[in-house]
Design a binder for this molecule. Structure first.
Ligand SMILES: Cc1cc2nc3c(=O)[nH]c(=O)nc-3n(C[C@H](O)[C@H](O)[C@H](O)COP(=O)(O)O)c2cc1C
Length: 338
């Protein structure tokens, strides 16, 4: 399958829920939540893309970097590239895709990421099938997936994390920025912010690494570290949780200043190209998550589509590394930013 076919196939299957725009920036789909857009005016989604575009990279070609190394180790996992799949749940609710079930979607992203040498996170939502199908997909792939649990009651999170560990998941997470997803609370599955003590409780009662997704300030990154959290994701849920959040690329350097080297820093939001990946690494991320871009691959071409998206991104990352003189993911320096 080529790139054009993938995109037109995705466009057709989304039936307008995602227009598969040439630049995926949250403008056309502003306010489409449920849907694929950002909440309200779409400012937070758009801010992610704009913040990344603000940064540019120094073009340097007097050096010896010819074959940059994309491999990295994240949370003890060897990955072919510093890009993981983000958790995206709710295929029926958000994507309007009739051809795929939630389970088909999860199998495509989890299997596609694994085939590309990386790992995918899976989602959670008001309907139990969202979490369950993620777990089934990772079980089908030898446990190679990371479930992200909504900020439910701490005891419930521990219970779901244990189920994930029993299926072989190497880590689990909680998207704490979904703390005000009142649709879940209304459906009898309360979500809420968490205290430091509650974070510590979850950490203490689980055995696999614990990721907190949705950290946007340096002080909360430091609190996560205090609670013994293994990794954070600098994320605003792709602009779906809070209309007024800054772009993730804006806050990432401040967060990196506080906790870089002390815990794993992942980041997402608006990453559309290999150059975007490199910018996030230069701003302090150890690796990044790919959200909507991967969804377009999964809807347009299933597992193969996911692999195609990741292969394209890896090629672009390689190009950006050569043209900035960056030999490896470990050697990324902030000096590559103009
Ligand atoms: C339709 C949709 C559903 C999502 N569902 C989840 C979810 O269940 N759990 C979660 O942690 N994040 C969820 N996210 C957020 C993504 O994991 C990720 O943070 C975001 O998409 C990154 O931004 P990007 O799409 O611009 O790359 C969802 C995002 C979208 C667009």
């Amino acid at each position: 399958m080529d790139w054009k076919t993938l995109q037109s196939s995705a466009r057709e299957k989304f039936r307008g829920a995602c227009r598969v725009c040439r630049v995926c920036n949250g403008v056309v789909c502003a306010g489409e939540v449920p849907g694929m857009g950002g909440i309200g005016s779409g400012a937070s989604f758009q801010g992610n893309v704009a913040a990344l575009a603000e940064y540019r990279l120094n073009l340097r070609t007097i050096h010896t970097v010819v074959q940059p190394k994309l491999g990295c180790r994240v949370l003890g996992l060897d990955l072919a590239m510093p890009v993981l799949g983000a958790a995206i749940g709710g295929i029926k609710l958000n994507m309007n895709v009739e051809e795929m079930t939630e389970a088909d979607y999860d199998l495509a992203v989890v299997g596609g990421c694994r085939a590309a040498g990386t790992i995918c996170m899976t989602g959670d939502g008001p309907m139990p099938e969202v979490f369950d199908s993620g777990l089934q997909a990772l079980a089908a792939e030898n446990g190679w997936g990371i479930p992200i649990i909504k900020p439910r009651e701490p005891e419930r999170i521990v219970e779901l994390a244990k189920r994930a560990a029993a299926e072989g998941a190497p880590a689990f997470g909680m998207d704490i920025d979904a703390a005000a997803f009142f649709n879940m609370t209304r459906l009898g599955q309360p979500v809420s912010p968490k205290s430091l003590q509650e974070l510590e409780y979850i950490k203490r009662n689980t055995e696999i690494p614990f990721i907190v997704k949705g950290i946007m300030t340096a002080d909360e990154a430091a609190l996560c570290r205090e609670a013994g959290i293994d990794a954070i994701v600098v994320s605003n849920h792709g602009g779906r949780a809070f209309e007024f959040a800054p772009g993730t690329a804006e806050v990432l350097p401040h967060i990196a200043e506080a906790v870089k080297g002390k815990m794993t820093i992942l980041a997402d939001g608006g990453i559309r190209s290999g150059a975007d990946v490199l910018k996030m690494l230069a701003l302090g991320a150890d690796a990044v998550l790919l959200g909507r871009a991967l969804t377009v691959g999964a809807v347009g071409g299933g597992r193969e589509g996911v692999q195609l998206v990741l292969a394209k991104l890896a090629d672009e990352l390689r190009t950006a590394m050569v043209l900035t003189g960056t030999a490896s993911v470990q050697a990324v320096s902030e000096n590559i930013l103009w």
